[in-house]
Design a protein around this ligand. Structure first.
Ligand SMILES: [Mn+2]
Length: 277
């Protein structure tokens, strides 16, 4: 089937028909979790979002993944051929309840690694608070977080709420490097901000807040961001470290081919391609 559009990979039906069915799934690469190299998990939580809704991120990023060309000219890799994907669907979030939702994220992530300790998880947000749930489920490992973001997300609280996409980094359980930061409150300040990749000794967890880029359809847009090519160069450096998982958050896509969804799909392609080398 090489050369044919990737979504047309045939799959076995559980019933017998004499004629051919021409069907495609939203994300047509299915391998059991036990055998997968990459697992996709959506977390459509956006109840701490103060700007644009981001709960449709997983839906439209998947749609974008279906539509992007698999082969990447820079990494010279077709990630859909190079890796076995398993799409587990979305964590079912509890509307408005972070505590219960975080428990569900934790249970889900732990179970995934129990089944396949070597799998590379790609989480699709959702607002940036979802990253905290993922990180807490990766304890007690020793990791370094590389956070590509416009905002520090280190506030003490937001309107009295301790857990928000505006505060998650304050609670992060690992050392954190923040690149692309160009907005923080006076209270957050720039104290302790480490904006480089020097002397990272731990395996790395990568979180990409799409607002690190120049303004697009994201939860909280921030003018003055970098472009896709510049971001790609940073990702290439990040991928020289041992990467154990990633998320892409704050995708405010509301329709097919939304810029942020297309960008997210391409970033996944880049990271997986760089990581292979
Ligand atoms: Mn953020």
């Amino acid at each position: 089937m090489k050369g044919v559009h990737k979504s047309f990979k045939p799959f076995k039906l559980s019933f017998h028909l004499k004629t051919m069915l021409y069907l495609r799934k939203t994300f047509g690469y299915e391998h059991p979790l036990e055998e997968a190299d990459v697992v996709l998990i959506g977390i459509p939580w956006d109840f701490s979002q103060t700007g644009f809704p981001t709960r449709y991120g997983p839906l439209f990023i998947r749609e974008a993944l279906r539509n992007v060309v698999g082969y990447d000219t820079e990494t010279k890799t077709n990630v859909f051929e190079a890796f076995k994907f398993c799409d587990l669907g979305d964590v079912e979030v509890v509307p408005g309840n972070w505590k219960l939702t975080e428990g569900r994220i934790r249970d889900t992530v732990k179970s995934i690694f129990e089944v396949n300790p070597k799998v590379f998880p790609v989480f699709l947000g959702g607002d940036h608070l979802v990253t905290l749930g993922i990180l807490n489920s990766l304890k007690p490992r020793k990791l370094t977080i590389v956070d590509l973001d416009a905002h520090r997300d280190m506030a003490k609280d937001f309107l009295g709420e301790r857990y928000s996409h505006f505060t998650w980094a304050r609670h992060a359980p690992f050392e954190i490097r923040q690149i692309g930061i160009r907005s923080f409150t006076k209270e957050e300040g720039s104290k302790g901000l480490k904006g480089d990749l020097k002397n990272i000794r731990n395996p790395v967890y990568l979180t990409i807040d799409l607002d690190v880029l120049e303004t697009s359809d994201v939860g909280t847009p921030e003018p003055g961001g970098m472009g896709f090519v510049e971001l790609t160069k940073i990702l290439k450096q990040v991928c020289k470290h041992k990467l154990i998982g990633m998320d892409i958050v704050e995708c405010g896509a509301m329709r097919v081919n939304s810029p942020s969804a297309i960008i997210a799909a391409n970033l996944i392609k880049k990271v997986l391609g760089f990581r292979k080398k």
